[in-house]
Design a protein around this ligand. Structure first.
Ligand SMILES: NC(=O)C1=CN([C@@H]2O[C@H](COP(=O)(O)OP(=O)(O)OC[C@H]3O[C@@H](n4cnc5c(N)ncnc54)[C@H](OP(=O)(O)O)[C@@H]3O)[C@@H](O)[C@H]2O)[C@H](O)CC1
Ligand SMILES: [K+]
Length: 329
């Protein structure tokens, strides 16, 4: 006698639908409650497995913690636990700013509500960069420094960091091919020269033979990537940096790796620095950065940071920078 054939049964036809099973077209073979129970159990254990996987992956790419939202209603309490933990961590994750947000926040800090001056912020930003260099590249091994300064405030941070590095015992040269006529920058350059920084008239050949570190203070968050080109003279400067052997002479980027789109990242396939020192709060492009990552620019008032939900890590003691290498993705 032939066995009656088992008919596929759409799960939606069952009177009680356990959570997570009611996707259209979900099919259970056989109409016994045992089969449904077995499948139910299988799905619940899947909830736990997937919620754990997304929880762990979230440490590498934090937006994956958001995926765990769907397990908040799981029947498995461990899956719900991992979902809640993911959301807590997600909330604690450092915020990465867009170009627009960075500009807006800078204007706010310099406006009447917070009352900072540009000199103040730049001085603290520069001090953070020199402090991070001192930590990561000690002068016993990395004494000779070349700083390349751009036309804006990122270049100003470079001028300041260079002066401070001389104070820390480094031997520093600056290449500053497009100088601002703004009084602040003239004073910063004067102070650098008086402190003993060498001012170069052109970018030296054989950078790796002469220098132990290159500081990239060319462009910050106002770099305009929309035209798709880097204008002279920085096109050729960045091209030189693309070919530097960073195993010998690492590049330290101030706030943004120059040439990267602030919101998107390394779209032009230019150099990837060994060390990035983000200022105030990291920018979106730093989400794809895999090297050593420090945060500096310790000038944001606590009220400001909480209003903008920046979730910045605390700076240890009186330090001017903090290592955020593993908190960034
Ligand atoms: N609150 C803070 O976070 C602080 C940040 N600081 C630092 O300041 C920079 C932002 O400085 P900003 O002056 O706004 O701009 P940049 O330094 O990024 O330079 C922009 C100039 O670069 C030139 N540019 C832009 N796009 C291109 C391009 N495609 N090709 C060539 N050149 C380009 C342009 O200059 P021009 O003279 O050519 O017009 C831009 O004007 C921030 O990142 C921090 O490092 C402060 O130090 C402290 C406060
Ligand atoms: K830079």
């Amino acid at each position: 006698m032939s066995q009656p054939q088992q008919q596929p049964l759409l799960y939606q036809q069952q009177p009680q639908q356990p959570y997570g099973y009611n996707q259209p077209g979900y099919v259970v073979y056989g109409n016994t409650s045992e089969g449904a129970h077995h499948s139910d159990h299988h799905h619940h254990s899947k909830d736990v497995t997937y919620s754990i996987i997304f929880f762990i992956l979230g440490f590498f790419i934090s937006c994956l913690w958001l995926v765990n939202i769907k397990y908040l209603k799981s029947h498995e309490h461990s899956a719900r636990g991992f979902a809640i933990a993911s959301l807590v961590l997600m909330n604690k994750a450092i915020k990465f700013l867009t170009q627009k947000e960075s500009t807006f926040m800078d204007e706010l800090l310099l406006g009447p509500k917070y009352g900072f001056t540009s000199d103040q912020l730049m001085e603290l930003a520069g001090l953070s960069v020199s402090s991070a260099v001192l930590k990561v590249y000690p002068k016993s091994e990395y004494r000779n420094v070349l700083t390349i300064c751009g036309p804006g405030n990122n270049g100003g941070d470079g001028l300041i960091a260079s002066r401070q590095l001389v104070g820390f015992g480094y031997n520093v040269s600056i290449y500053y091919p497009k100088r601002s006529s703004n009084d602040i920058f003239k004073r910063l350059l004067l102070q650098s020269e008086l402190s003993g920084v060498h001012i170069l008239s052109e970018l030296p050949e054989n950078i790796e033979d002469k220098y132990n570190i290159v500081i990239d203070a060319i462009f910050g968050y106002s770099f305009n990537a929309s035209t798709g080109e880097i204008r002279a003279p920085f096109d050729s400067v960045i091209n030189r940096l693309n070919h530097i052997n960073q195993e010998k002479t690492p590049i330290v980027s101030v706030d943004i790796p120059s040439g990267w789109d602030v919101d998107v990242g390394n779209v032009k396939n230019t150099f990837v620095p060994k060390l990035l020192v983000s200022l105030a709060s990291p920018k979106k492009c730093a989400q794809s950065f895999k090297g050593t990552h420090y945060l500096g620019g310790r000038f944001l008032p606590d009220a400001f940071a909480s209003q903008w939900e920046l979730n910045l890590p605390p700076y240890p003691g009186s330090e001017q920078c903090v290592d955020i290498t593993n908190c960034q993705k």
